[in-house]
Design a binder for this molecule. Sequence first.
Ligand SMILES: NC(=O)c1ccc[n+]([C@@H]2O[C@H](COP(=O)([O-])OP(=O)(O)OC[C@H]3O[C@@H](n4cnc5c(N)ncnc54)[C@H](OP(=O)(O)O)[C@@H]3O)[C@@H](O)[C@H]2O)c1
Length: 234
Amino acid sequence: MERILVIGGARALGAAVARRAVKDGYDVVVGARDLAAAEVLASEIGATAVRVDLQDESTLAAAAQLLKDGIDHIVTTGSAPHDVRATELDRDKLLAAFTAKVIGPMLVAKHFAPVLRPTGSMVLFSGVVGWRPGRGSLVKGVTNGAVEYAARHLAADLAPVRVNAVSPGVVDSGAWDRLGDKKTALLSKSAEGTFVGRHGEVDDVVDTVMWLLRAGFVSGETIHIEGGARHRSA
Ligand SMILES: NC(=O)c1ccc[n+]([C@@H]2O[C@H](COP(=O)([O-])OP(=O)(O)OC[C@H]3O[C@@H](n4cnc5c(N)ncnc54)[C@H](OP(=O)(O)O)[C@@H]3O)[C@@H](O)[C@H]2O)c1
């Protein structure tokens, strides 16, 4: 049975990947900075849990030590949005955003490379904003763009372990619930900006992640799951 660690696995897209991976027969480890939340999901779906905070390298080292018997796949979904204009940038929040998306996954590679099986893979999470510049999305755009390069260069560094990224468009993952009544408007606007006329569903992303785990001849790629949104003019 292949073992998979899902970082950010206690909720939203990470939790959906963890749930599907259990169904698909993987030995799943739910990694989250909130260990209690990871344990709740893990006990519900038949997985185990580990504390992983992408902002705290010591938790990455400890998790790799805990899983030292070997791991096949790591999916890392972390993000720490800092959606402001350039004039409003806060250095700590900027660093946190880069750490969640780029530096954290690179440090995951550092600590897990010795325990990742050669037939295994990593999947990083980018996002369509990397290809759709706009006011207020500077940090999200640059960090998501950097994920594409992180996947490509980590693929060279960790080979033969494969490293890829997925880049979702707007997906009703639960993350947008914080917008309350405005969520519906956001989802419809995003649907208008695609070729397929709809917003993304959780299964669109999960299906792609599960395919990448098995896609043994795909490495260093970013797979776009956004209905063609980045090809449409704003
Ligand atoms: N949903 C969309 O429309 C959309 C669109 C484009 C790209 N994406 C990308 O897809 C990924 C998943 O997004 P989502 O929709 O599931 O919602 P999200 O709210 O962006 O999820 C982020 C996940 O990362 C975890 N996380 C944040 N900081 C962390 C840290 N320091 N250490 C470990 N985990 C951390 C969160 O866990 P906590 O519970 O601890 O906060 C949560 O599970 C993100 O990278 C996001 O940018 C999503």
